[in-house]
Design a protein around this ligand. Structure first.
Ligand SMILES: NC(=O)c1ccc[n+]([C@@H]2O[C@H](COP(=O)([O-])OP(=O)(O)OC[C@H]3O[C@@H](n4cnc5c(N)ncnc54)[C@H](O)[C@@H]3O)[C@@H](O)[C@H]2O)c1
Ligand SMILES: [Zn+2]
Length: 353
């Protein structure tokens, strides 16, 4: 299968596609290692994990946003310390992005850094978050406010986990992966658009899309791991997306909110003369399939503007938006929240949702 290495300032790491998590995990585990695993994975995959968990020290967590917070981490760290977890032992994360963030953050601070190994089980984690080193936890109601960059030492991707994923989480992963393909260029975008309906039925197609998505992300994180410059294009769709997530109390999953966000960024890009309407419509044909079943037409514009104004990437009162000058030409632009911008948002909410 497709295996590759990612270069990192912290330490290089390897991504392997596997088809037998049980034997891979048994092969990797050493005395003293601890598993941090999502309760839903334990429940859904008893045959794989029960025999291993019987003889390996582990912590089961609920994949809830409240778990990735200082309060949520206290019992995790307490169990590690009280049960003889040492600096030469490793943490194994098995779950989606929440389990990843809990384990990555813990690994980065325990004893000033311990090794960790990741088995991502959601599409979002397999096709996006597993590489890139980010380790954020929440602070109160504020998402991903605290953290750093601390990649795993190895990542093992087993597509079999996706069989039990809720359709909304599958859609969300496909929405998140989409932005990589628009950033990469026209050929990649149309491949994604073409493969999208097939990926839902055919694992080979899905595996190809995951691998390419990671390959695109790898090119950027290897030159700008700490998100100072080139990597920032991956915020495409995210300023609008985060506003949608928070105003819908996270009822709209991240990748679906980002799909709306990309469409909004494209709408503004047309208004500014950056892309022709045809490009916006070609992309919207795909995005509208991804966000199906998650309407957001009831969001009030004033609240939307207020949420956009809180984006941590803003400078002073100016927004920093990632806009579109064409496939493969995604870039950062400054934008005043003036009457013109408000009128465009109003037009979008009235006519496009
Ligand atoms: N560190 C990063 O780079 C990064 C990047 C993107 C997102 N994130 C974070 O990731 C989190 C979202 O992660 P996510 O969407 O991967 O999922 P998640 O961890 O939030 O899990 C979503 C749900 O799916 C369940 N689940 C997990 N695997 C399953 C499977 N194989 N079958 C059935 N159910 C399964 C979980 O129990 C949970 O109920 C957010 O907190 C987000 O901030 C982190
Ligand atoms: Zn995202």
């Amino acid at each position: 299968m497709y295996n590759f290495k990612v270069k990192s300032v912290v330490h290089d790491y390897e991504v392997q596609f596997i088809d037998n998590t049980h034997s891979c995990l048994l092969n990797e585990l050493r005395d003293g290692d601890f598993i941090i695993i999502d309760n839903n994975i334990v429940r859904l995959y008893k045959d794989i994990f029960d025999p291993i968990l019987e003889r390996t020290r582990h912590i089961c967590i609920d994949a809830l946003e409240s778990q990735k917070s200082y309060q949520g981490l206290i019992p995790v760290m307490q169990q590690l310390i009280e049960n003889g977890f040492r600096k030469n032992h490793r943490l194994f994360a098995i779950g989606g992005g929440i389990t990843q963030d809990v384990t990555a953050f813990t690994s980065s601070v325990m004893y000033r850094g311990v090794d960790w190994i990741f088995f991502p089980t959601t599409l979002l984690a397999q096709g996006d978050s597993c590489i890139g080193s980010k380790t954020s936890i929440n602070f109160g109601n504020y998402k991903n406010q605290i953290g750093g960059f601390y990649p795993p030492n190895k990542i093992f991707i087993d597509l079999a986990f996706l069989n039990t994923l809720e359709p909304a989480h599958l859609q969300s992963g496909l929405g998140e992966m989409c932005h990589y393909y628009i950033v990469a260029g026209e050929q990649d975008f149309f491949r994604y658009k073409n493969d999208y309906p097939l990926a839902l039925k055919n694992k080979e197609v899905l595996a190809g899309l995951i691998a390419r998505s990671l390959e695109i992300k790898k090119q950027y994180i290897e030159i700008d791991e700490f998100d100072q410059k080139e990597r920032q294009v991956f915020n495409y769709g995210h300023s609008f997306g985060h506003a949608i997530e928070s105003l819908t109390d996270y009822r709209v999953p991240h990748g679906i909110a980002v799909s709306y966000g990309m469409d909004m960024a494209n709408f503004i890009s047309v208004k500014l003369g950056y892309i022709p309407e045809k490009v916006r419509i070609d992309i919207r044909e795909l995005l509208s399939q991804i966000w199906q079943g998650f309407p957001i037409g009831d969001i009030a514009i004033e609240k939307f503007k207020a949420a956009l104004g809180k984006d941590k990437k803003n400078v002073g009162t100016e927004l920093r938006l990632i806009l579109n000058k064409g496939y493969g030409e995604i870039f950062k632009d400054a934008m005043k929240m003036d009457d013109r911008f408000t009128a465009w948002l109003k037009e979008y909410f009235e006519n496009e949702l």
